[in-house]
Ligand binder design. Sequence first.
Ligand code: GRF
Length: 221
Amino acid sequence: MPTENMGSDPGTVRGSDPNRRLGVLISGRGSNLQAIIDAIAAKRLNAELAVVISNRPDAAGLKRARDARVDTLVLDHTDKARFATREDYDRHLVRELNQRNVRLVCLAGFMRLLTNVFLDAYPNAIVNIHPSLLPSFPGTNAQYQAWEHGVKWTGATVHLVTAELDGGPIVMQEPVPVKDGDDVDTLAARILEREHYLYPLAIQLLLNGGWRIEGRRFLAI
Ligand code: GRF
């Protein structure tokens, strides 16, 4: 059965959904967050940044959000008094996102596995960017994995998030060549530049609607 359901209101025609509120989740540098902020400012991305949430108090991306006057929140996963289990943590996240009426959750270097508590609250409404052409090189250090394997092309993938690690429906991909003289850092920088181009485009596509999921395929209606 094809589905297109972003967030708590499944089954509606998304192209006409006026809610364009994003929640961006980060753990570190936040350069993809910056790309989203810049794309919104330049009106290349018709969206509203409702909140940036970090699981790390020292994430550099928090400053980027504050500089852009975006609401920020730190939910420190190491605070076991507050979050005894992963489910407790995710319940809290969902509550914060719901309170802000977030329609699409964008993972941008958020280094945590999500539980069903989170996945079930936002069916087909959590999106991630990964620095390889999935399904090649899932998991951490994807740029190193590609470089070490010796592939001639790698890239970036934006995909919907499911219980399968880096395995949800692929929304958009961007290829990147691997050059003979590359080390991991030069390759990672070339991929990152394409990530910054790709992620706002894919978010726009998701918010615009007119798509459906068939099996694991993301398709235009
Ligand atoms: C990016 O390479 C992204 O593909 C991966 O984590 C990294 C986050 O970088 N999921 P940044 O924090 O957006 O700069």
